[in-house]
Write a protein that binds this ligand. Structure first.
Ligand SMILES: NC(=O)c1ccc[n+]([C@@H]2O[C@H](COP(=O)([O-])OP(=O)(O)OC[C@H]3O[C@@H](n4cnc5c(N)ncnc54)[C@H](OP(=O)(O)O)[C@@H]3O)[C@@H](O)[C@H]2O)c1
Length: 333
């Protein structure tokens, strides 16, 4: 039997976008509280991340975002894919969850988190320990779900390895710096002057101020250059790589996609993009559990830039689109 604390005709505040466009297409409105399928839970959202992918979906920029979110208008009116909240309704087949459980969740491409309630498949949910805060859990999971598979599976970070991280203060970059350091690699972080202290605190052994030393002028020899924000290219970083070094990026370009498919670049070097944020739900759930455990045990920390009330989602999108945020930007319904 389905258990719930929500009234069957209850409504909720949600932020919707009915067309593609600038941040002010995001409008607060009232919608019916979602009803879960048999294997879903409904969560009362307490905090939800505003991500670069979501600003791209809202703006349909780059244009291929329309392939995932609707050719003419957004198929998913409510954005928001990484959130923490409390379970209010449990589908008939959504064990082991119970009403009142505090959880972190990924909605997948269904989104829906910019709202007071969201429906999530039960398999996309992980329980939170009491000593982990809502905001910290969302921030660590937002960057970490992309960064952990990069660092563990693609970089294979280990002691003795030298890793250069471009975009080291962003949500993904800040997580890469911490996770690669935790696994024993010596990390050099590239960021602007405002974020140098943060990147050093996250564990980087060296910090490069990109306003003084662009990557083209940087010297050094790295086993891996990981571009977390996609502002460089294999060519611009070639001189920084060892003879068997790898260039990895989170952001596709035609050149990198070709090199990823052919697994070749030049001599022993490789260049590749990975879409680690789009892995199957069971893999993401396992990694959410790893990340929550690392947060609880003090092996990673959350980086939260700022938070907004849900009704100010448009202002949050304006800020995220500046490309200047450090770590995560959050909404509080
Ligand atoms: N492949 C995947 O599976 C996947 C998953 C998630 C996200 N992504 C993509 O990864 C990218 C990064 O996401 P994110 O959330 O980490 O971004 P973010 O948090 O918005 O990154 C902002 C950071 O970028 C730095 N930055 C701005 N301009 C820069 C430049 N020209 N060169 C170097 N750094 C610059 C800024 O710090 P400073 O000014 O201090 O440098 C700022 O801290 C996005 O494009 C996103 O779509 C990919």
């Amino acid at each position: 039997m389905r258990t719930t604390t929500d009234h069957p005709t209850a409504t909720m505040t949600a932020v919707v976008a009915d067309r593609y466009g600038p941040p002010d297409v995001l409008q607060a409105t009232r919608l019916p509280v979602p009803v879960p399928g048999p294997q879903d839970v409904v969560i009362s959202v307490r905090t939800v991340a505003v991500t670069r992918a979501e600003t791209a979906f809202r703006a349909a920029d780059p244009a291929f975002a329309r392939l995932a979110s609707g050719l003419l208008r957004p198929r998913r009116r409510v954005l928001g894919g990484t959130l923490v909240g409390v379970v209010t309704t449990v589908g008939v087949d959504a064990a082991p969850w119970r009403v009142g459980d505090r959880v972190v969740a990924r909605t997948g491409l269904a989104m829906g988190g910019y709202a007071e309630r969201v429906r999530v498949p039960a398999g996309n949910v992980v329980a939170l320990p009491d000593d982990v805060t809502d905001d910290d859990a969302v921030a660590v999971v937002e960057g970490g779900l992309t960064a952990l598979p990069f660092v563990r599976d693609h970089v294979r970070a280990r002691p003795g390895m030298r890793v250069l991280v471009n975009g080291a203060a962003g949500a993904v970059g800040a997580s890469v710096v911490q996770l690669a350091t935790h696994l024993g690699a010596a990390v050099t972080g590239v960021c602007g002057p405002a974020h140098a202290g943060l990147v050093a605190d996250l564990g980087a052994v060296d910090v490069v101020d990109r306003s003084r030393t662009p990557l083209e002028r940087l010297t050094g020899s790295y086993d891996v250059v990981l571009d977390a924000v996609g502002t460089s290219s294999p060519r611009a970083c070639r001189h920084l790589l060892t003879e068997r070094g790898s260039y990895l990026t989170t952001v596709p370009s035609v050149g990198v996609l070709v090199r990823t498919a052919t697994r070749r670049w030049e001599r022993g070097r490789t260049a590749a993009v990975a879409f680690t944020g789009l892995r199957p739900a069971p893999d993401q759930r396992a990694d959410m559990q790893v990340l929550v455990g690392m947060l609880r045990d003090g092996h990673v920390r959350a980086v939260v830039d700022r938070s907004y009330p849900l009704a100010e989602a448009a202002a949050a999108h304006v800020y995220v689109e500046t490309g200047r945020k450090a770590g995560s930007v959050l909404l509080h319904p």
